[in-house]
Design a protein around this ligand. Structure first.
Ligand SMILES: [Zn+2]
Ligand SMILES: [Zn+2]
Length: 253
């Protein structure tokens, strides 16, 4: 079965037809999905969705874009959500110096506060990173050991090696199907299959031929097919190995 290890079914874009999206996900053979929070309200919705659906799990956290919304109240709320057994990770958290929607210093402080939550609750972390791989890897090397995944990998080869050396997983999604994605595909080819996770990041980054439209977990099969082609592996094998990786990282199985 396929595991969509990063999606946002908690996003308002899925409100009107979530039941159909879930039906298509199950029909496509996606056995589990992990819904990532990006602020306090979306973390709460992720937790609620996971409580209502056997095959949905939740990660909770404040995205670097929303770092300005982080406060002691939010921190307390995240800590209490962590007590829910369906909440299996902290995320998505990290640094995003591409848009700088939140002040970079505030982003770093909020990242550190949430790394602390992961450490005291002993949960893996889902990292978001854009135009900030060097500073993020520096912080993580200082904080190691940390279990987690660099979701939607878009760094270079040396940075990928640094992440792998720390034992982090690399997540790949719809971007591997895009034209002009040769560097990401080269890295997906290099990453050992034991360190690889599949994700959609729905509603964002829909794979070709749906590029530009709303993404959904059912489309993860197209990502799996492309990763199998890149790695010269059988689709079945990619699906099975990445499923097992998801269980190992997020469910301690
Ligand atoms: Zn992200
Ligand atoms: Zn995301």
């Amino acid at each position: 079965m396929l595991y969509d290890t990063h999606c946002h079914l908690n996003h308002p874009q899925f409100e009107p037809d979530l039941n159909q999206v879930l039906a298509r996900m199950r029909e496509a053979g996606v056995g589990r999905c992990l819904v990532a929070g990006y602020d306090q309200p979306s973390s709460l919705i992720a937790t609620e969705l996971s409580s209502m659906n056997k095959d949905i799990y939740a990660a909770i956290g404040v995205h670097p874009h929303d770092a300005d919304s982080f406060s002691e109240d939010v921190e307390r709320s995240l800590l209490s959500l962590m007590e829910n057994p369906k909440v299996v990770a902290v995320g998505e958290i990290g640094l995003d110096f591409h848009y700088n929607y939140s002040d970079p210093q505030k982003q770093s402080a909020v990242l550190e506060a949430q790394l602390h939550i992961a450490q005291i609750t002993n949960k893996p972390v889902i990292f978001h990173c854009r135009d900030a791989y060097e500073p993020l890897l520096d912080i993580l090397e200082r904080t190691a050991p940390i279990h987690g995944v660099m979701h939607c990998w878009a760094g270079d080869k040396d940075q990928a090696r640094r992440a792998l050396d720390m034992g982090l997983y690399l997540g790949f999604g719809g971007m591997v199907t895009f034209k002009n994605a040769s560097e990401i595909c080269d890295i997906a080819a290099m990453v050992p299959v034991d360190s690889l996770l599949l994700e959609t990041d729905a509603p964002y980054l829909a794979p070709t031929p749906h590029r530009g439209k709303r993404n959904e977990p059912a489309y993860i099969r197209m990502v799996a097919e492309k990763v199998a082609a890149i790695k010269g592996m059988e689709l079945k094998e990619v699906i099975m190995r990445t499923w097992e990786n998801g269980l190992t990282l997020f469910h301690g199985e």
